[in-house]
Ligand binder design. Structure first.
Ligand SMILES: Nc1nc2c(ncn2[C@@H]2O[C@H](COP(=O)(O)OP(=O)(O)O)[C@@H](O)[C@H]2O)c(=O)[nH]1
Ligand SMILES: [Mg+2]
Length: 243
């Protein structure tokens, strides 16, 4: 692969939102331009992709209440916050509002662009934007913007990334340019699929989620590409790295 140094404008942002709002689906739609089957995120996903002459890195922080205290460690030095809302879930809109309020008040993001993504717009019966705006009750100021989108179809994501690069502070970085390789994208999708299959097997053995499941899933997610897995009867996972 021919590599040449080039400069890019780099932006790093955090993706947050209630579980199942669609953070991981959005991340991989942006990265791969396709729909990827997601599993509930334990820990985090981080990916870099380009948009115009920008290189955007997004940290998708997930994992529920136990992991929540760890998120703060990822906040310093980030250029923007992206907050994902599930447009289908009116029941959890009050909870989404509280979480949004907490994030808007973070010192680490004071004055920085804050993009709210109203996701899952492809599904009929989603709340309208007015309902979401009222339910979330966020301040009307220049740094906060809401855009509707869909991780399933990609709708709204160009507009969303345009807003982000137009508002976020960026750094200029020199990177080794790699020619786009479609095989590479396929490979990532394939690794995701393999991991998902393995996680499903662990769940089958263990039944419900528990600490053993979390431990097993973490091992699978962190395993090097091409690993094989052994799943014991008690659900313990052994990773066999590629030779
Ligand atoms: N129809 C539709 N489903 C979506 C969309 N985004 C996410 N989902 C689904 O919502 C569920 C949760 O998505 P996920 O990305 O894992 O949410 P996360 O917990 O915020 O990372 C999955 O079943 C996704 O397939 C979307 O834009 N449209
Ligand atoms: Mg996730």
């Amino acid at each position: 692969m021919k590599k040449q140094p080039k400069t890019v404008k780099a932006i790093t942002a955090i993706l947050q939102g209630l579980d199942a709002s669609g953070k991981t689906s959005l991340l991989y739609r942006l990265k791969l331009g396709e729909t990827v089957t997601t599993i509930p995120t334990i820990g985090f996903n981080v990916e870099t992709f380009s948009h115009k002459d920008f290189s955007i890195t997004l940290w998708d922080l997930g994992g529920g209440d136990k992991i929540k205290p760890l998120w703060r460690h990822y906040y310093p030095g980030k250029d923007a916050m992206i907050y994902v809302v599930n447009s289908l879930d009116s029941d959890r809109l009050p909870e989404a509002k509280d979480e949004l309020k907490r994030l808007l008040e973070l010192d680490e993001f004071a004055g920085k662009p804050f993009l709210i993504l109203a996701n899952k717009r492809d599904v009929p019966g989603a709340m309208n934007l007015q309902q979401i705006r009222e339910g979330l009750d966020f301040p009307n100021c220049e740094r906060v913007c809401m855009i509707e989108c869909s991780a399933a179809t990609g709708q709204g994501l160009v507009e969303a990334m345009d807003w982000l690069v137009g508002h976020a502070h960026h750094t200029v970085e020199t990177v080794e340019e790699e020619k786009e390789h479609p095989e590479e994208k396929k490979e990532i999708a394939e690794v995701m699929r393999q991991r998902l299959e393995t996680v499903k097997e662990v769940v089958k053995v263990l039944g419900v989620a528990g600490s053993a499941l979390t431990e097993g899933v973490n091992k699978i997610l962190e395993a090097p590409k091409g690993s094989k897995y052994e799943i014991a009867e008690d659900g313990k996972v052994t990773v066999i790295p590629p030779k």
